[in-house]
Design a protein around this ligand. Sequence first.
Ligand SMILES: Nc1ncnc2c1ncn2[C@@H]1O[C@H](COP(=O)(O)OP(=O)(O)OP(=O)(O)O)[C@@H](O)[C@H]1O
Length: 572
Amino acid sequence: MAQSAGVLSTSQVGSFDNKVQCPVCRLEMAAGQINSHLDSCLQEKPVGGVPGKKRRLNPNEKTGGIEVNHPAVNPLGPVGSTFPLFNKSRTPNGPSECASPSSRKQGGSVFCAEALHSQGDDSTCLPQHSLSPDAKKPNNLSEKLDGKPLADKMRPTTLNNYMGQNKVLGENTMLRNLLQANDIPSIILWGPPGCGKTTLAHIIAKNAQKSSSRFVTLSATSASTSDVREFIKQAQNEQRLFKRKTILFVDEIHRFNKMQQDTFLPHVECGTITLIGATTENPSFQVNTALLSRCRVIVLEKLSVEAMETILMRAVDSLGLKVLKDGEQLVGSSSDVSETSVYVEEKALTTLAHLCDGDARTGLNGLQLSVQASLAAEKDPIKQGIVIKEEHIKEGLQRSHILYDRAGEEHYNCISALHKSMRGSDKNASLYWLGRMLEGGEDPLYVARRLVRFASEDIGLADPQALTQAVSTYQACHFIGMPECDVILAQCVMYMACAPKSVTVYSAYNKVKNCLKNHKGPLPPVPLHLRNAPTKLMKGLGYGKGYKYNPNFSEPVEQDYMPEEMKGVTFV
Ligand SMILES: Nc1ncnc2c1ncn2[C@@H]1O[C@H](COP(=O)(O)OP(=O)(O)OP(=O)(O)O)[C@@H](O)[C@H]1O
């Protein structure tokens, strides 16, 4: 008898004595009954409304919870998208949200069941005014700029358009080879915002479709522990029933608490799920050591100016803008300038590539904003054409282009650079790092506290005045606040950089700490002669007996101050 779409082979369901769970209604039953049950179950629960009509799930939606990408080769055809996990309804939120009966909200997380469409490159996330050749072509620039942010529209879905990151993705690198072989291990992608972590995960998702793996995304900001458990159950079912691997992408994995991270452990270990985590935070502090040891950490860097220029040029081409080379002038009149003649100065693009500090999202969205602002400002674009200049770009990126994460990695990197520059007596570098922190929005009192520490740790007795300077700086910053206190901090930083250095006290005290830490057995008692004897009883017990009060002696006093067993030990 021919098998129907929903039928599993005996080898798929295992022995007839085993209990299996129906992937559609979740009823437990003997393995021998699953095939006939599936047939009827499928008929009772048709998939997501209109048969054969695939609705797009926007892979960039960060609405939280779980998103599922079912490969086209789902052995159960549409069954995959009717898993109970995915088939409760939620209120439609608009055209780009998962709003069909096959999506649901649970415990603050949104579960979407629709398959990701599998179109050609760069079309994955272009639901409305797509720049994709397949989609309905928007006919003018404002339409192209409408809808989703340009950065999302431009998200590459193949490695060919994935720029930079050559250290980890260049020719013959381990990751590229694994990607090409479709053999992805569990990885943590660590890098600054907008460097391409999510994009890389989407490229892996696309590859997963080819190998019929299931790709699921989970947002660490909104998924609860029970969501994670439910997800794992699904992954186990997929593995058990269909021998299908699940690749799980967890954005901002550092936001998962320890318990949630622990929940993944055994399943990553045994291969039920391949985990791809993305984080902007140093995983050594933010990801469980146990989980970390089961994943490879891939460090992505800020995109280089060259990579940014290529990314911007690709966007310029997609939008149909024309580039005005340096020195080139737009000599236009109504006759040679058409409706679509929007020009962007090459210099403006270069400036943008520099200003966005390796963050492609900032770069692309900055370009979008500048174009939109120029279009809106131009009263008669048909007549004159529009030129996007450097100043438009700068205006578009109005906020401080210094991307500084006060709570995260960059905060520690910069303070460390400042401390080391002062230690190395490099005035210029010290001021530079101070500027990076303050202009990026760092709390001046935090910097001042670090200067107090520096005054003692690195200058110490070589110039005891440094400590006074640092404490005064702290107080002055406290009185005055930003922005006026910047110069106070700069003055103190210069003082510290120029001061003579000595770590005698610092290293001596470290030796004391080590000595105490490594001491075996009970700590030696304080010698009786060094003890105070405020009461008769204590005096009677010998407290203070034999103590030589130094001011009473004109000659040097011979007296032991260390405990008996520590005699002769020195730290300085
Ligand atoms: N390496 C790259 N090549 C081409 N485009 C890129 C690259 N990296 C990022 N982009 C573009 O920048 C946008 C944002 O990138 P992405 O979402 O991958 O950043 P991210 O590292 O995940 O950032 P975040 O940590 O803020 O989530 C993408 O939609 C894409 O258009």
